[in-house]
Design a protein around this ligand. Structure first.
Ligand code: F6P
Length: 545
């Protein structure tokens, strides 16, 4: 257990933030922009290729100054160094947290238990690169001598969401004569639909699981082996059609995958922080080793920025602090992530695991129950689709929903006027959310009096706008690292362990207990609550029909 901390709410800066927030409650974004015409040019920060406009937030210079004090009083700098230097900051699992080592240059030194982990990281990257090249060039052949044309990643959580998000985000850079599919759900439909048009002779499975014991992944991997061998007939075919990504060589061998075809990583890489480890093997096969390394370089750019930039110019700090501001002082429950880029369609889903599995905690690292809200609910859809669905609630509903808008100046698919049409919506939505439309403006348009309240927009809805030149592997790395570190900032300020996930255990254990109750030929004795017992009995009756 960690040493006792001064509770967050007892820190002087927290008290100052409470008083400051109370004073600001009735100040609107209209007021703030009217008071300071330079606000829109001043309140921005850059890191790598990312430009963050945070002027449309209900903050003043004083807000950020107090947050900087909170960072000092929370020892954020020391905690950041502790993470980067391999101290065991994941205290409930006794582990270092070193996803930053996965993208550190080859000449870096990062010690875990006295051993420099960097050479191992680069050895795995080299092994991944050789494998990726052999698939991409067609020198890795299937058991019957055919080229591999389909790559199916089997994994779940961090072993799926990062790979599928990165593949979709960087599809433009992928080798188009290869087909990529991602199977995660234990629902057989996921596997069946993923392979329905694939030929086992040309299909390679990457079984990605840190533990290699996850029920969903193991069920899908076994089904994949049956599907492969139904056509390929010989056990020896497994070696040509299955590779593994895992920290657990023993379980990989038990499954029947030659550990020569295993790509390793380490217990200091959390599942939701693993897309730049060997878990990214499918990404590397799709993009090629050079692009993968560019993505890693992008991550590293943000790592260096986060570690060194002053708080007032530090993108992850600013985004982390803004999240706390609305969660703890304005009653916001959620954050909407709105990428105006179709390639980022899986980015909100990826961020859900990153942020919510990290910061969905109510016990502090010194064992107290928190007295404030932690991790916000992240959700979102690409613009402009969301505009025709849920934006109504953001504009005129009763809840405050801070939004992260992500956009690129250049399209990877320039088609006529499309990109300007898309970008006009980026700027229009942020403007409308911030400034709305007053009753007087609506009246001046000749709107009947009774309709005016319905057509009035209060505005005062905060947004961050993140703008980059275009989507590249480097930019994706920067973007993901930005959110990783913003999540870390929040975890430190909230005094929670952002790197464990005990909350997922109970349901997994109960499911294992229930499986035989669903499958037994005779009516089982059920010892659950009356609701669960009734549902199980009904399921058994219905499935027999
Ligand atoms: O559901 C919890 C979890 O442990 C995630 O943290 C993790 O990303 C996922 O399961 C998959 O785990 P593994 O890679 O070990 O199969």
């Amino acid at each position: 257990m960690s040493a006792t901390l001064t509770p967050l709410t007892d820190l002087p800066a927290w008290k100052d933030l409470s008083a400051h927030a109370a004073a600001l409650q009735s100040t609107t974004l209209r007021d703030l922009f009217a008071q300071d015409p330079t606000r829109g040019t001043r309140l921005h920060a850059t890191a790598g290729d990312l430009y963050l406009d945070y002027s449309k937030h209900r903050i003043t210079d004083e807000t950020l100054a107090i947050f900087a004090q909170l960072a000092e009083q929370s020892n954020l700098r020391a905690s950041t160094e502790a993470m980067f230097t391999g101290q065991k900051i994941n205290i409930t699992e006794g582990r270092a947290v070193l996803h930053t080592a996965l993208r550190a240059p080859a000449d870096s030194v990062v010690l875990v238990d006295g051993e420099n982990v960097i050479p191992g990281v680069h050895a795995v990257l080299d092994k991944m690169a050789a494998f990726a090249d052999s698939i991409r060039s067609g020198t890795w052949l299937g058991y019957t001598g055919k080229r591999i044309r389909n790559i199916v990643n089997i994994g779940i959580g961090g072993s799926d969401l990062g790979p599928v998000m990165a593949y979709e985000a960087l599809k433009h850079y992928s080798q188009r004569d290869l087909t990529f599919r991602f199977v995660s759900n234990v629902d057989g439909t996921d596997f069946a639909e993923a392979v329905h048009d694939l030929d086992p002779e040309e299909t390679l499975f990457i079984v990605a699981s840190k533990t290699f014991t996850t029920l969903e992944t193991m069920a899908n991997a076994h089904t994949a082996r049956v599907w492969s061998l139904a056509k390929l007939q010989h056990q020896a075919a497994v070696a040509r059609h299955f590779v593994a990504v895992s920290t657990n060589a023993g379980e990989v061998a038990k499954f029947g995958i030659d550990t020569a075809n295993m790509f390793g990583f380490w217990d200091w890489v959390g599942g939701r922080y693993s897309m730049d480890s060997a878990i990214g093997l499918s990404t590397m096969v799709a993009l090629g080793p050079d692009n993968f390394r560019k993505m890693l370089a992008g991550f590293h750019t943000m790592d260096v920025h986060f570690r060194t930039a002053p708080w007032g110019q530090n993108l992850p700090f600013l985004m982390g602090a803004l999240g706390l501001w609305y969660t703890n002082f304005f009653g916001a429950e959620t954050v909407a992530v709105l990428p105006y880029d179709q390639y980022l369609k899986r980015f909100p889903a990826y961020l859900q695991q990153l942020t919510m599995e990290s910061n969905g905690k109510h016990i502090t690292i010194d064992g107290r129950h928190v007295t404030y809200n932690t991790g916000a609910i992240f959700w979102g859809e690409p613009g402009t689709n969301g505009q025709h669905s849920f934006y109504q609630l953001i504009h005129q509903g009763t809840r405050l929903i801070p939004c992260d808008i992500i956009a690129f100046a250049q399209s990877l698919n320039p088609l006529g006027q499309h990109h300007d049409l898309l970008m006009s919506n980026v700027f229009a939505q942020a403007e409308a959310l911030a400034f709305g439309k007053t009753a007087d403006q609506v009246r001046a348009e000749g709107t009947p009096e009774w309709l005016i309240p319905h057509r009035t927009f209060e505005g005062n809805r905060p947004t961050s706008t993140i703008l980059a030149e275009k989507m590249t592997p480097e930019v994706l790395g920067q973007l993901v690292a930005l959110y990783e570190h913003a999540t870390f900032v929040q975890g430190i300020l909230w005094q929670i362990d952002s790197f464990d996930q005990w909350g997922v255990e109970l349901g997994k254990k109960l499911a294992v207990q229930i499986i035989p109750e669903l499958e037994s030929a005779t009516e089982p004795t059920l010892n659950h609550d009356s609701s669960t017992n009734t549902l199980i009995r009904r399921y058994r009756a219905l499935k027999r029909k």
